[in-house]
Design a protein around this ligand. Structure first.
Ligand code: BES
Ligand code: ZN
Length: 457
């Protein structure tokens, strides 16, 4: 067998320069006005996949951003892996907080900084370069690989379900592999065994017909901004529990075995605190940080808009106040059920004098893995080969809403093989990928194919 590490070393500069080209494309899906660069980004991915010798490579239009598909299926009888990732990225706002421009990838101290560096272009690229390493490096691909790289993950993947169902035959597979999650630490290879679900809602509180002078009317008219603040404050109690009636009804309580597993993970609250840069941590009483993130649901305000927010002061009583609220969900909570419960409760909190509108933005189901499958052993073996130690198993706090959909449509297990490090600033200014991990990720995936070929899924 030819030398995987040697091939990566010999081509590393080209890999990195291509990754930078990928990161230069402004494929923002969370704001309007970027449809053209986003489409170009899909073409970029398709070109790279074609260059690998894949067949059926296509950029397929949807009602939103296009999908990129392709396959390399020349091993009859061997397992077929479907690799899913996303080429779209989050907005770069607030731009002024970036050290370097977000679409001019910049290397500093072993990291590459750019929007999408880790979420998820960098991780998609690891797969492309692992495939290249096998297909161009002489060792060949011992399994079948199909790719679906989408452009709307950051906005809820609304066109993916229809797409997967329409193309279910073409995309049929034995397992799904996704690299869009994280590692506990750089020296801690990790396999994701769970994701939280999400229910994301806009709430709009409306009071007077128009903005009013806050002297002439203040104190005599219900202020929607004050009302919204009071209503939001009532959504959690002093123990950090969400007060929406029935919110916890479907939550699977942690088992003793799960508690022990989490307690045994090499995790430092101090480092986590340092990573977030706050003065203290907070959350639901009675749970550790890893438990709060991986096993417990929560409710957060993502943004609030009301009244005058410019420089200086303007005395105004706003006519409207709105907020963006997300609830991260755990098995077996259902996003639609939770959204309904939230809506009824939130409306009941409104004082007279305001009206409340609640609009569901998007939702996604939580997911937990069955890690007793050969594909998990295959991933563990590949990680151990490259990182020199066995992986840890972690439940992620983030959401990839389509994971349960993949399981259902293909009746296949999903493997989360993620390489994002803590503090990588996904969705924030100065997003980065650790280039040492980028290289190890490529190597791990290149070895993983052999392990899957040997063990099955
Ligand atoms: N890569 C993330 C998902 C993720 C984040 C997994 C952190 C594990 C840890 C993905 O690109 C993402 O950001 N998903 C969104 C989904 C939402 C828009 C429906 C998320 O979690 O906010
Ligand atoms: Zn993301």
């Amino acid at each position: 067998m030819s030398d995987i590490a040697g091939h990566i070393d010999a081509n590393y500069d080209d890999f990195l320069s291509e990754l930078k080209d990928f990161l230069r494309i402004q494929s923002i899906s969370t704001e309007s006005g970027f449809a053209e660069p986003t489409r170009q980004c899909a073409e970029f991915v398709a070109d790279k996949v074609r260059a690998l010798g894949f067949s059926g490579v296509e950029v397929i239009a949807t009602e939103g951003n296009p999908m990129v598909v392709g396959e390399h299926t020349q091993q009859p009888g061997a397992p077929t892996l479907l690799v899913y990732g996303h080429y779209d990225v989050q907005s770069v706002d607030p731009l002024e907080l970036w050290t370097d421009p977000p679409f001019e990838p910049t290397e500093r101290d072993g990291r590459l900084y750019a929007r999408g560096a880790i979420d998820d272009k960098g991780q998609v690229h690891m797969h492309l370069k692992a495939l290249e390493t096998r297909l161009k490096g002489g060792s060949g691909l011992p399994v079948n690989v199909k790719l679906v790289i989408e452009g709307e993950e950051e906005v809820g993947s609304s066109n993916l379900e229809g797409f997967l169902r329409t193309h279910a035959d073409r995309l049929a597979c034995d397992a799904v592999v996704i690299s869009d999650t994280g590692m506990l630490a750089a020296d801690c290879p990790s396999i994701g065994t769970g994701l939280r679900g999400i229910a994301y809602l806009d709430v709009i509180v409306t009071g007077p017909a128009g903005d009013l002078h806050s002297g002439s009317y203040g104190g005599a008219v219900v202020n929607p901004a004050n009302a919204l603040a009071t209503m939001i404050a009532a959504l959690r109690d002093a123990d950090g529990k969400v007060t929406v009636p029935g919110f916890y009804d479907a939550v699977r309580p942690m088992t003793e075995a799960e508690k022990a597993q989490v307690a045994g993970l090499p995790f430092s609250e101090e480092e986590f605190l340092e990573e977030v840069g706050a003065s203290a941590l907070g959350g639901e009483a009675g749970f550790s940080t890893l438990e709060r993130v991986g096993y417990r649901p929560t409710l957060d305000v993502n943004g609030m808009i009301s009244g005058f927010t410019g420089d200086g002061s303007k005395t105004v009583l706003p006519s409207k106040a709105s907020a963006k609220i997300s609830m991260r969900l755990v098995p077996d909570q259902d996003p639609d059920d939770i959204a309904d419960r939230f809506t009824a409760y939130f409306k009941s909190l409104a004082p007279s004098g305001v009206s409340v509108q609640v609009v569901m933005s998007h939702g996604g189901h939580p997911w937990a893995a069955d890690p007793d499958r050969p594909i998990y052993e295959a991933a563990a073996a590949a990680l151990e080969t490259v990182f020199g130690k066995p992986p840890v198993y972690i439940r992620e706090g983030g959401s990839i809403p389509i994971v349960s959909l993949f399981e259902e449509v293909f009746e296949a297990p999903v493997l989360l093989l993620g390489f994002a490090l803590p503090g990588c600033n996904a969705h924030a200014p100065d997003e980065w990928i650790d280039l040492g991990i980028y290289r190890k990720g490529i190597e791990t995936i290149a070895h993983f194919y052999d392990e899957v070929a040997a063990r099955g899924v």
